[in-house]
Design a protein around this ligand. Structure first.
Ligand code: SAH
Length: 196
């Protein structure tokens, strides 16, 4: 049947809309600010575009019959775990955008008046926004009973993360030098490190 057939698809759509609204609001707020350093590569652009498509795949799964060949079934409790994971992803996405403020950009760049954020969620973890995307990718798989729509984003996000983070940290070190070096020693990358 086409359309939303179960509670987990509904939960996914609600989370997807909430996440898209958070992203849109902050993209609008961050639209100004010229770049003083930019790291744009073809691989990055291909992976970001593939990531966008993989995030949208659930809409094709829910609203068209095109991906039905990849359906499968799993126990209901996995869907409830997916719901909790999606809620955490949205919370992290919101907090990381709120704390990063105008320093955020989809591509790797340093803007004029860029400052190093080390407070809020960034006190414990250097990549909360990527952690949010990783949780989102896992939640997508746990909420949707379809191999393609469920897991495509995770398959794209893992290489994107592995390629992007070393480049981002190199760029931040070039810009903030000892301040970023110190920051690395006190924080976790994608898993928070809590200090006394
Ligand atoms: N890796 C971070 C930010 C992702 S957005 C996270 O996962 O939350 C990518 C942009 O954020 C990069 O272009 C970089 O300029 C900026 N950035 C990353 N960490 C930052 C920090 N601690 N303070 C200020 N800007 C940061």
């Amino acid at each position: 049947m086409l359309g939303i057939d179960n509670i987990f698809e509904l939960i996914f759509i609600v989370g997807f809309v909430a996440g898209s609204v958070i992203r849109k609001i902050y993209t609008f707020r961050c639209r100004h600010g010229k770049a003083v350093r930019k790291h744009k590569s073809v691989v990055d652009i291909i992976l970001i575009s593939a990531g966008g498509l993989a995030m949208a795949a659930p809409l094709f799964y829910i609203f068209t019959p095109w991906l039905d060949f990849a359906d499968y079934h799993f126990p209901e409790w996995l869907g409830w775990i997916g719901t909790a994971v999606f809620a955490m992803a949205l919370l992290l996405l919101w907090r990381s955008h709120a704390d990063l403020g105008r320093n955020w950009s989809a591509i790797l760049q340093i803007k004029q008046e860029h400052s190093l954020v080390t407070n809020g969620i960034y006190r414990y973890i250097r990549h909360p926004m990527y952690a949010a995307h990783l949780l989102w990718a896992m939640a997508q798989g746990l909420l949707l009973e379809n191999w393609l729509a469920g897991w495509a984003f995770l398959v794209v996000f893992v290489p994107l993360y592995l390629i992007r983070v070393p480049k981002e940290e190199r760029m931040m070190l070039e810009q903030f030098d000892e301040q970023y070096n110190q920051y690395i020693t006190r924080t976790g990358g994608i898993i928070p490190r809590f200090r006394k």
